[in-house]
Ligand binder design. Sequence first.
Ligand SMILES: [Zn+2]
Ligand SMILES: [Zn+2]
Length: 335
Amino acid sequence: MTAATMRAWRVQQPGPISTRPLCQVWEERPRPAADELLVRVLACGVCRTDLHVAEGDLPMHRPAVVPGHEVIGQVVEAPDDVFQEDQRVGIAWLRRTCGQCRYCTRGSENLCPQSQYTGWDADGGYAEFATVPAAYAYPLPDGYPDAELAPLLCAGIIGWRALVRANLPPGGRLALYGFGASAHLTAQIALAQGATVHVLTRSPQARELALALGAASAGGAADPPPEPVDSAILFAPAGELVPAALAALDRGGTLAVAGIHLTDIPTLHYQQHLFQERQIRSVTANTRQDGHHFLRFAADHHLHVVTTCYPLDQADAALTDLAADRVHGAAVLIP
Ligand SMILES: [Zn+2]
Ligand SMILES: [Zn+2]
């Protein structure tokens, strides 16, 4: 192969992961637009959202898209001098916004109706090269290897925003439902802020990791935590856990739903689940400000990032393992 080609994975036909919706292709390297960087991919995290794109839980935006939005890359071409050649940069989910609508102008660019997303509207990082609008690329903290930085770009940033949306009071009690890539980082942020963290997950290995990271308790997926909590975050894409999470809230508590996709929520009982000013809130992507705040936090507080690495050639195996909850920590593809 000549130097101008690359390997990439494309979602040829969205469907259950067992039907192998992704195909690996050899193709030309992407050409960056005038305001974009071209990067050589060093690592790309595998996020549950990639699975939703591959399986068709999310509607198709770009046919045969290259998934992947936790990209650590080395700059090959840069349009201006904000980023230098060879510099390590991050490419995350939020790819472009209009900058002019009522949401963008009030600091809620995550709600922009014109927003575009990496690995959904535009090709992402399951490839050897990728592009990103320079204004949406992140400079990265030192002190982390490439594979450990990758999950910070979505799992970390979304966890950060979910924690903000969950209204955790100082020194508060937090319950995390599900303990994968995002939750294991969110737990460390909350612990660093002085919270007491309870983890509820069906995976015994994840419960062990939670306790090792400093969680006060770790129980089964729908178990009640040992005390009422001020805040809860639902990371598992399982609507059936919403009643249990709301029932675990103390008066005035908040449940944030972190995922982009959730199965149906069962009927709620007003007294049991919502009265006493308990509330449920969604989390929709993130702003660039969330990303910069979180990456600054990760620079100041070294996070223990648990990764399982796969060669790029095994992207479909990584997604299959994620679908089966077999991934310890965060799956990361290495070209
Ligand atoms: Zn906008
Ligand atoms: Zn993601």
